[in-house]
Design a binder for this molecule. Structure first.
Ligand SMILES: [Zn+2]
Length: 114
């Protein structure tokens, strides 16, 4: 692990900030209104909601995927594997983590996967 605790805490804060932004963006689509008296998506008529929200869903899907990536990155911070490329196992440079803290690949591996 090349990252020290200070660097990790800063990157964790970046992840938490991004997570908050993504969560708020999802809320603006009205798909998580279960805290303000709106419907709970778990108990709504899923097929009807899906039809009505089909267009929003297309916009929301990438946000949900981003949220998953952020949560995975936070999980890697918790289990101590954060900052290591999930493909080649090398350290991901700090500059790259600062630019894209949720990344799980070093730049060469990421470019191979796209
Ligand atoms: Zn790699």
């Amino acid at each position: 692990m090349a990252l020290d605790n200070f660097e990790i805490s800063q990157l964790k804060q970046l992840l938490l900030d991004e997570r908050k932004e993504v969560t708020e963006a999802l809320e603006t689509f009205g798909l998580s209104r279960n805290t303000d008296g709106g419907y709970d998506p778990n108990f709504a008529d899923i097929s009807q909601v899906t039809a009505e929200k089909g267009e929003a869903e297309a916009l929301v899907q990438p946000l949900r995927e981003t949220l998953i990536e952020i949560d995975e990155a936070l999980g890697r911070i918790a289990d101590g594997t954060f900052g290591l490329c999930m493909k080649c196992g090398k350290d991901i440079p700090l500059e790259r983590l600062e630019a894209v803290p949720k990344t799980k690949y070093c730049a060469p591996c990421a470019s191979l996967l796209r």
